[in-house]
Ligand binder design. Structure first.
Ligand SMILES: [Fe+2]
Length: 320
C-alpha cells in the first residue's frame, strides 16, 4: 500500500493521550509501518517500552495526522482572536498559514498543547486588559477588518514568537503575554497602503516617509493614552520592532548594544514572517530566509533568536 506516514514524538503521545485516542499508531520496522496493538498491553506501557529501546517517534497515517493538525489549528485560531471579530476569509487564510507552519513544527516538537494553552491564556488576559481601556478594542477591530492581511501576519508572528520564547529557559506566561500584546499593537496606527512601503523599505532599502518611520512611537502614544500600566518589555518591543543591529533601522537607528533578547526574538520572527508571506510559505525557501536574516541581524541576541527559530521551523541543515 502506498500511504504517507508522519512521525510524531512518542513523548508527546504519552503527554497528551486524549488527543490520540482512536488514532492508529504505527512503528517503523525494516522500512515497513506496523500497526501497534493496544488490546493486550496498555498504551502507556507499549510506548514506554519503545522509548527504552531508544525509539523516539511513532507514525500516523495521512488522514489521522491531518485530523490532529486540524484540531491543533482550530484551538490555535480560537485562542488568538476575540469572538465575532474574525471573518470567514481571514479565518480560512489563518488556518491555511498556520497549518503550513505547524506541520513541520509538530513533526519535531509534537502537537504542543502547552503552546496553544499559553497563547489562549495570553489572549484572554490581553482581551480583559484592553476592554478596560476606552476605544482600544475598536481600534483593534478596525485593524483586523481593514488590514486583514497584516492581522494574519501578526497572528503568525505571535505563533512563532511564542514557540521561540519556549526554547529559552527564562520563558514564562507573563513574558509571552507582554510579547503578544506588543505584536497586536505595534502597527495599530497604520493603513493597508502603508505596509507595502514599509516592506519595500525593509527588503530593498527604499526611502520611507518620516510619518511612517514614526509609527512605532505613534503606537506607543496611543497605548499610553489608553492604558494606565503597560509593561516596559511591551513598549520596548513596539519601539524597536523596525530597528536593526547595524544602526540602519528606524525610528531612532539604535545600535546592537541596545537590543535585549526578547526584542531580538520578536524582530526575527516578524521579519521571518514577512519572508514566509513573500515566498507563500514555501518551506524550501526557509533556509534562504534564515540566511538573509543571519547576514542582516548580527550580534549575540539575534544569533540566539535565530538559532531558536531554526529549531522551531525544523531546518536540520542549518543546525549547528
Ligand atoms: Fe511596524
Amino acid at each position: 500500500m502506498n500511504s504517507t506516514y508522519h512521525p510524531v514524538p512518542i513523548l508527546h503521545l504519552l503527554k497528551h493521550q486524549n488527543l490520540f485516542s482512536g488514532i492508529e499508531i504505527h512503528v517503523k520496522i525494516a522500512e515497513k509501518y506496523v500497526l501497534l496493538n493496544f488490546a493486550e498491553d496498555p498504551y502507556q506501557d507499549i510506548l514506554n517500552k519503545l522509548l527504552k529501546k531508544s525509539v523516539e517517534h511513532v507514525y500516523l497515517n495521512e488522514e489521522d495526522f491531518m485530523q490532529i493538525l486540524n484540531a491543533f489549528n482550530e484551538h490555535m485560531i480560537s485562542g488568538q482572536v476575540s469572538e465575532g471579530t474574525f471573518n470567514d476569509e481571514i479565518r480560512a487564510n489563518t488556518a491555511d498559514a498556520l497549518f503550513t507552519m505547524s506541520r513541520e513544527f509538530i513533526k519535531t516538537h509534537g502537537v504542543s498543547a502547552e503552546l496553544v494553552g499559553s497563547m489562549t491564556e495570553a489572549n484572554n488576559s490581553i482581551q480583559t486588559l484592553i476592554k478596560k481601556a476606552e476605544n482600544l478594542t475598536s481600534f483593534l477591530k478596525k485593524f483586523e477588518k481593514e488590514c486583514s492581511e497584516e492581522f494574519l501576519k501578526i497572528t503568525v508572528t505571535n505563533f512563532l514568537a511564542v514557540a521561540v520564547i519556549n526554547q529559552f529557559p527564562w520563558k514564562s506566561q507573563q513574558i509571552i503575554e507582554k510579547t503578544i500584546l506588543a505584536g497586536m499593537f505595534c502597527d495599530i496606527m497604520l493603513e493597508p497602503k502603508d505596509f507595502d512601503q514599509i516592506l519595500s523599505h525593509e527588503t530593498t532599502g527604499e526611502e520611507l516617509s518620516l510619518e511612517l518611520m514614526q509609527h512605532p512611537l505613534n503606537a506607543i502614544n496611543l497605548l499610553t493614552q489608553k492604558l494606565d500600566v503597560i509593561p516596559q518589555e511591551t513598549l520596548t518591543i513596539i519601539e524597536q520592532h523596525h530597528e536593526k543591529p547595524d544602526g540602519t533601522g528606524f525610528p531612532t537607528g539604535i545600535d546592537i548594544s541596545r537590543f535585549n533578547q526578547l526584542t531580538a526574538i520578536f524582530i526575527v520572527c516578524q521579519r521571518f514572517t514577512d519572508e514566509l508571506f513573500i515566498h507563500e510559505f514555501n518551506s524550501h525557501k526557509y533556509m534562504e530566509s534564515i540566511m538573509n536574516l543571519r547576514s542582516n541581524y548580527r550580534g549575540i541576541v539575534f544569533s540566539n533568536a535565530l538559532e531558536a527559530l531554526v529549531e522551531v521551523v525544523s531546518i536540520d541543515a542549518l543546525k549547528k
